[in-house]
Design a protein around this ligand. Structure first.
Ligand SMILES: Cc1ncc(COP(=O)(O)O)c(C=O)c1O
Length: 358
């Protein structure tokens, strides 16, 4: 079967690049003290999570309880939900899930710690807990080190919770184009984290785990010797936003679309924001220069598209591969990924946690 028989838009994964990305991450972490705990949100595909475990991952990171349930259902035994959960019903479900796998959750306030303790006590389980430390992203997390220590002590004092350490995720640094700037911010954040770790140790609640990091900071974190776990997700697939950062990973994921209308200066394809995430930027059509792209639900309007190959015609019915602006949001729009070797379809993987956003 070839990609020409696939109804478009279709999500394609180029096998050789995907395998090279897996190897590049293993090579990057080899001989360092940084373990891989890859983020599930980037592929949401249980079969790929198991490949990452086979690559040496210590467990999976995910963003949502529904993703954790999907991972556990597939047999993954060590799961971090790298997000706050506040809904009591979800906390109860999470606490019971902790009976089936080693579950770690985040907390950044005392109320949340107390809610997890109560639910875990009722479920008769043990839930591992990291204090989220805010290091500049302005999302969740404790900003004051003394407050982080107090929270760690509160967790350590709970009978059904285990204080494992901290999460410090600097998502605002991941996509900085200059490697120098990414290094500088990582160093500054590293100093803040070291201060907190010293305070935790002297308060009798040492952190075993320091979790965080992304595709954009993976190489820096591997050299830094501070974090114990790397939560990178996009490295497997990559996208148009990450491609210019000079990372050792290639673009493996494309959305195959079909030209549905073509006239002078304008090529319109049958993929739009309902099949290709644009939250971090427009897709990059493979093998052509484009002046600019306008997106609508079911279409991308490629203005001024000129193929690199002068013999290639962008006529109605032509296939166009688009490198998504953001791989994670794109994956969530599809039911399956077609694994391809060039034009040959070699496998089909179900995106088991598609839409798992609760
Ligand atoms: C908490 C957390 N960890 C890790 C990541 C992985 O980042 P990336 O896909 O850029 O590797 C993200 C991405 O948003 C995240 O929110």
């Amino acid at each position: 079967m070839t990609i020409h028989t696939l109804p478009t838009p279709a999500l394609l994964l180029e096998l050789s690049v995907f395998q090279a990305n897996r190897k590049a991450m293993s090579d990057l972490l080899k001989g360092t003290s940084l373990a891989l705990r890859p983020h599930y949100k980037s592929h949401k595909c249980a079969a790929i999570a198991h490949m990452q475990m086979a690559d040496g991952a210590v467990g999976m990171t995910c963003a949502k309880l529904d993703e954790a349930l999907d991972l556990a259902d597939s047999g993954i035994e060590d799961i971090l939900i790298a997000n706050q959960i506040a809904d009591p019903a979800k906390i109860r479900r999470g606490a019971s899930l902790a009976g089936d796998c080693r579950l770690t959750v985040l907390a950044d306030c005392a109320e949340n710690v107390d809610a997890w303790e109560k639910a875990a006590a009722e479920a008769g389980t043990v839930v591992h807990c990291l204090v989220e430390y805010e290091i500049g992203m302005q999302r969740c997390g404790v900003t004051d080190p003394a407050e982080a220590v107090a929270l760690a002590k509160r967790i350590a004092g709970c009978s059904h919770l285990r204080f494992d350490g901290i999460q410090a995720y600097a998502g605002h640094v991941s996509h900085m184009e200059s490697a120098e700037e990414r290094r500088r911010y990582t160093k500054e954040n590293g100093a803040k984290i070291r201060t907190l770790l010293a305070l935790l140790a002297s308060a009798g609640v040492p952190a075993k785990t320091v979790s965080g990091g992304s595709t954009g900071t993976a190489a820096i974190k591997a050299m830094e010797g501070l974090y114990t776990e790397l939560q990178a997700g996009s490295y497997l697939f990559m996208d148009a936003t990450y491609r210019n950062l000079g990372l050792p990973f290639g673009n493996a994921l494309t959305v195959l679309s079909t030209v549905v209308s073509a006239r002078e200066g304008l090529t319109v394809v049958d993929a739009g924001v309902k099949s290709c995430g644009v939250d971090q930027g427009m897709p990059d059509p493979v093998g052509m220069d484009v002046d600019h792209i306008v997106a609508s639900e079911e279409h991308f309007q490629l203005h001024g598209a000129v193929p690199h190959d002068p013999n290639r015609k962008l006529s109605v019915g032509t296939g166009v591969r688009l490198i998504p602006g953001h791989c994670c949001s794109t994956v969530n729009l599809h039911d399956r990924i077609y694994v391809v070797d060039g034009e040959k379809v070699v496998d089909r993987l179900q995106i088991t946690a598609r839409g798992a956003c609760r």
